[in-house]
Write a protein that binds this ligand. Structure first.
Ligand code: FAD
Length: 520
């Protein structure tokens, strides 16, 4: 059973069903379901599972219309249900709609996705699946009537050839978002093409709420670029769940104090975030520990070493970290009371002009409410900066015991997160990811990419969850507007150009891209 538990896990974007949950979940559902009945001992199923996960991840936002489920027929408790459904071979695919199950033979990723679109489209005519917008082409009168009209939301029109799927895929991608409507129109509609001034397809046209309208300017005419552009429009948000609606309101810190919004550029990294993160880490998170000893003390020393040597900060902050490091190294103690560290950081060093601001100023990490973003965002940012510094400055860790160690930053991060990070669940997840693949990191560049990949894995898992700030939806990052060359498409599926991603990360998290704005 250990293997079946691993073929699909709760981390994957599929719904894991069992005999107890299958009927209850799938029958009478307001969406359709595409199910894979597999067996964890079947070689084909094992080989196919990455494809199925890729498909499920690709269509995660379509869940209101169609969801992806798996059921393991090799699990003893599922024997009866697999018998009831007449599953003789693995994998077997079934689609469930209106309480009926239909066989489904196709397995190729792109064609499965297209069949899913056809399938949903055939049923939207009956207002089902519930909440799924129409996928049939809009008529030109409907679209042209929007010209010069003020509305409460954006309307995007994807104009394309009849056999193109991009329009319908973008409509489904944007289903969980509010603040805009997406429609599809056909290139055979000559009047529309002429009025909108569109000469090649696929193209997208955007009607703004303020009555202006224009062709949408994306670097590549791919589904991912169109969807990503629309999700990032100001005023377009992921629909909030009932629980997230109870969050504190924007700008209010929960104690009635208004926090002033700071303008920032998302193509920059802000020193204020890094310093505020370090302040929180040193004076709040670690200060909950009365003393540091044994492994905890070693983890803390290693953390201070890595930051002191690699942090591309103000002179006074770097000097403060270096002094702290010298002090830690010079102490022969096995156990250090944390108050002594605080005294050093807050009082003794201040006399010599070394100073880390005590003011929390989130800029790139500010959230629409104080419960969101902030510290965890700054911690990711800090570690991305450190992995990039380690790659950009190969000699920086000389004489620290970390020289020539491509894993210096990641292992230190892993131990910090596992030992001190207040969010225990996060630490557990991060440790699982580290155990799974950290041994594949062989160079400092691999380390930069590993952290980027894992951060995106976390983003995918958390998208739509309560820790998502509706103003900063969790996306696969960097988005095409930040790095168009990072994105490509192969056989209809989005793929990363990792060489370009590496170049981008080294620039984005490099010292010269860190803005001093708002930092004291
Ligand atoms: P963050 O995810 O914090 O990202 C900060 C910034 O980094 C973004 O604004 C963007 O500019 C940039 N960025 C985004 N993706 C990437 C990438 N792939 N590579 C490089 N840069 C990127 N929360 C949970 O609820 N459950 C968890 O299991 C969990 N695990 C965590 C593990 C770690 C190690 C950390 C540091 C945090 C974890 N969190 C977890 C918190 C969560 O990941 C976010 O930090 C938090 O929800 C704030 O999100 P955010 O929108 O500010 O963006």
């Amino acid at each position: 059973q250990a293997q079946s538990a691993r073929l699909y896990t709760e981390e994957d974007p599929v719904v894991i069903l069992s005999s107890d949950s299958l009927k209850q979940t799938v029958l009478n559902s307001s969406s359709a379901w595409l199910l894979q009945f597999y067996s964890s001992w079947c070689g084909h199923c094992i080989q196919y599972s990455p494809t199925w996960k890729a498909l499920a991840g690709d269509v995660k936002d379509w869940a209101q219309a169609i969801q992806i489920g798996v059921l393991d027929c090799a699990h003893e408790k599922n024997f009866d249900i697999c018998k009831e459904f007449g599953i003789h071979f693995y994998p077997t695919f079934r689609v469930c709609l209106f309480n009926h199950f239909i066989n489904w033979a196709d397995r190729e990723l792109q064609t499965v996705r297209q069949l899913m679109v056809n399938f949903v489209q055939n049923h939207t005519k009956h207002d089902w699946p519930v909440g799924c917008p129409p996928l049939d082409p809009a008529r030109s009168e409907e679209i042209l009537s929007l010209m010069g009209k003020k509305t409460e939301f954006y309307t995007a029109v994807i104009v394309e050839d009849e056999d193109s799927y991009i329009g319908r895929e973008v409509i489904l991608d944007l289903m969980p978002y509010e603040g805009l409507a997406v429609k599809r129109a056909l290139s055979s509609d000559k009047l529309l093409m002429e009025k909108l001034g569109i000469s090649s397809v696929p193209s997208a046209y955007l009607f703004y709420p303020n009555s202006t309208h224009t062709v949408m300017n994306v670097q590549k005419r791919l589904r991912f670029f169109f969807s990503s552009f629309l999700k990032l429009l100001p005023g377009v948000h992921r629909k909030q769940s009932a629980s997230s609606l109870q969050r504190p309101q924007p700008g209010n810190n929960g104690q009635g104090t208004q926090v002033e919004w700071k303008e920032f550029e998302k193509s920059k990294v802000y020193m204020a975030d890094l310093e505020s993160g370090l302040h929180y880490l040193l004076r709040v998170e670690l200060a909950t520990h009365k003393t540091l000893e044994g492994e905890e003390l070693k983890t803390f020393k290693d953390f201070v070493t890595v930051v002191a040597k690699l942090f591309p900060g103000h002179q006074s902050v770097v000097k403060l970290l270096e002094t702290l490091l010298e002090w830690l190294v010079s102490l022969p103690l096995e156990k250090i009371p944390y108050d002594a560290i605080l005294d050093l950081v807050n009082n003794k060093m201040r006399i010599s002009g070394l100073y880390l601001s005590e003011q929390v100023q989130w800029v790139g990490c500010q959230g629409s409410s104080v419960a969101l973003r902030g510290y965890p965002c700054s911690l990711w940012t800090l570690f991305h900066v450190l992995t990039v510094q380690a790659a950009n400055r190969p000699d920086a860790l000389a004489n620290t015991g970390f020289e020539d160690d491509p894993l210096a930053v990641l292992q230190t991060m892993r131990r910090y997160i596992g030992t001190f990070f207040g969010c225990r669940e996060c630490g557990k997840h991060f440790e699982e990811m580290a155990q799974e693949s950290l041994n594949q990191v062989k160079t400092v560049d691999d380390a930069v990419l590993w952290l980027w990949r894992k951060h995106n894995q976390v983003n995918a898992r958390l998208s739509g969850s309560m820790s998502e700030d509706p103003m900063f939806p969790k996306t696969q990052w960097p988005t095409p507007d930040l790095c168009p060359t990072c994105h490509e498409e192969q056989e209809g599926l989005h793929v990363w150009n990792e060489q370009m991603v590496l170049t981008f990360l080294r620039q984005h998290y490099g010292a010269s891209n860190i803005s001093p704005k708002y930092s004291s």
